[in-house]
Design a binder for this molecule. Structure first.
Ligand code: S3P
Length: 178
């Protein structure tokens, strides 16, 4: 199992928290795409959106995934929009397993309510609008994912365990059929 594990899903599903737990359990390194881009650009995500725009940020995400082709045994916690580009999906699927973390809109609101660091949720903080955005994105997440793990009401250790089991089955199958 030297392939990467990509965590995708809507803002606030808990990718970063689960990533830490999962990396520890699997003995993998950890990469957070938002944090990487912020470090690289010397600017926070909201600043990049404001000054260069969303398309520029999306191109940075794709560049980063290309860079990560050289990485192995990493848990890659992806920004919530990573699965929206077909090119990104292909890069992730080439690199390893893609796990889609889900949560109810109510849970998302609870987790990200009051957070101003996510430009796409600014001023959009109610369950209806979050549900609408989630519905729009669902087909993209579904098309990108090897498997899905629901996070509602589960401790992060349990979620990490489920992801690891799915990855084990998937990687085993890949080895077996290759
Ligand atoms: C985004 C999600 C954010 C961040 C940016 C855009 C999105 O990451 O990449 O604000 O389009 O869903 P998180 O999912 O880690 O909040």
């Amino acid at each position: 199992m030297d392939r990467n594990i990509y965590l995708i899903g809507f803002m606030g599903v808990g990718k970063s928290t689960v990533s830490r737990e999962l990396a520890q359990a699997a003995g993998y390194g950890e990469i957070d795409t938002d944090a990487w881009i912020e470090r690289d650009q010397g600017k926070c995500i909201a600043g990049i959106f404001e000054e260069q725009g969303e398309e520029y940020f999306r191109a940075l995400e794709t560049d980063l995934l290309k860079e990560l082709r050289a990485e192995h045994r990493k848990v890659v916690s992806c920004g919530g929009g990573m699965a929206l580009r077909e090119e990104n999906v292909a890069l992730m699927r080439q690199g390893g397993a893609v796990a889609w973390l889900t949560a109810k809109p109510e849970t998302i609101l609870e987790r990200v309510g009051g957070d101003t660091s996510r430009p796409l949720l600014r001023g959009n903080m109610d369950v209806g609008r979050i549900r609408g955005m989630m519905e729009q994105r669902r087909p993209f997440y579904r098309a990108a994912a090897d498997f899905t793990v629901s996070t509602d009401g589960k401790p992060s250790g349990k979620i990490a365990e489920e992801i690891l089991k799915n990855c084990f089955d998937l990687f085993h199958k890949v080895c077996y059929t290759d």
